[in-house]
Design a protein around this ligand. Structure first.
Ligand code: COA
Length: 321
């Protein structure tokens, strides 16, 4: 049995912030941001919460799947920007949905989070433990980016996406490949709370995202290309057989470099980074939901998904839609 996506949903905060609006607050320009990243605007939360956005995306995915929340056996929620440390956003979504029969687990793999969530769902389905699983990717990155650092804050946006999966004998996830390299963690970093207790009061931490942009760029192009190559090779697939590649929407130039490496048709690599920016763990399910609702994905079509980001983490999935 494979974990097979039967419904998708997404949610974006109402406030849209264009590059021009950012340029009113910092020394940047639409021309610089578009030429380096392909991003023209992003959605920024001004009242929305991480759990609230996840809930909306989850409700829409359940409706699309024709499934009731009580039927769910597991909720896997990927985020690096929850509202609380405890309870997890996964548990908050479980409560708000009324998914009382589902265990709820949060997963932190940064921008690879949703892809790793799907892989985890696949492992549970393959093991015969669960059949009905909700996977959510959600971020309120606007609260952890450093708004005084123009080289990072212009990249990110907020939002949520979700997918409902059931066990299927044929369609669904056929194979996946996933990696981590903790030795390169400093390339994309955000500290948690500092050590402060009765005995230590002075540790300084930077509770904002810091990034070595060029290092991350090189990592992404190399590792995403490699992981797709490996997946195609071990499943004896030619690129011509793949109908669609759904890549983490970090930067249009990263995606264009992967297209070039694979000698593929750019049309097979849909993007929404122009409108949403980099929404980390939410980017793959946001794009997936857009494509699903637009009828862009055909049942039986072979699809590749890839995630990459902080950790460093990366991975790809081969699925039959
Ligand atoms: N507006 C205008 N100028 C900016 C700017 C901004 N928002 N941000 C940085 N600059 C300036 C720098 O200060 C620097 O100026 P200097 O040459 O006078 O020192 C110049 O632009 C070049 O900076 P650099 O950091 O070398 O730019 P870059 O070409 O590497 O582009 C990124 C920066 C972040 C767009 C690019 O490295 C990138 O896309 N990296 C991948 C990031 C990513 O996708 N991360 C998430 C992965 S999940």
């Amino acid at each position: 049995m494979n974990a097979h996506i039967i419904g998708t949903g997404s949610f974006l905060p109402a406030k849209v912030v264009t590059n021009f609006e950012l340029a009113e607050h910092m020394d940047t320009s639409d021309e610089w941001i578009v030429s380096r990243t392909g991003i023209r605007q992003r959605h920024i939360a001004v009242g929305e919460t991480t759990a609230g956005m996840a809930l909306e995306a989850a409700k829409r995915a359940l409706e699309d799947a024709g499934m009731q929340p009580e039927e769910l056996e597991m909720i896997l929620l990927a985020t690096v920007s929850p509202d609380h440390i405890v309870p997890s956003a996964a548990c908050e979504v479980q409560a708000m949905l009324g998914a009382k029969n589902a265990v709820a687990i949060e997963l932190n793999a940064a921008c690879s989070g949703f892809v790793f969530g799907l892989n985890t769902a696949q492992a549970y389905v393959r093991a015969g433990i669960y059949k009905k699983i909700l996977v959510v990717g959600v971020e309120t990155l606007s609260k952890i980016v450093d708004w005084s650092d123009r080289s990072t804050c212009i990249l990110f946006g907020d939002g949520a996406g979700a997918a409902v999966l059931t066990a299927d004998e044929n369609a669904g996830i056929q194979d996946f490949i996933q990696f981590a390299d903790g030795t390169k963690g400093e390339a994309l970093l955000c500290d948690a709370k500092p050590l402060r207790n009765l005995f230590v009061q002075n540790e300084q931490k930077q509770e904002h995202v810091r990034m070595d942009g060029q290092e991350v760029f090189k990592f992404a192009v190399r590792r995403v290309s490699e992981s797709i190559d490996q997946l195609l090779e071990r499943n004896s697939l030619a690129t011509q057989e793949i109908g669609c590649y759904i890549l983490h929407q970090a930067n249009a130039r990263i995606i264009q470099s992967v297209v070039k490496h694979l000698k593929e048709d750019g049309e097979k690599f849909p993007m929404n980074v122009e409108r949403c920016g980099n929404t980390s763990g939410a980017s793959v399910p946001l794009l997936l939901d857009e494509l699903n609702r637009a009828g862009r994905l055909k049942r039986g079509e072979k699809v590749i998904m890839s995630g990459f980001g902080g950790g460093l983490t990366w991975g790809s999935i081969y699925m039959i839609w």
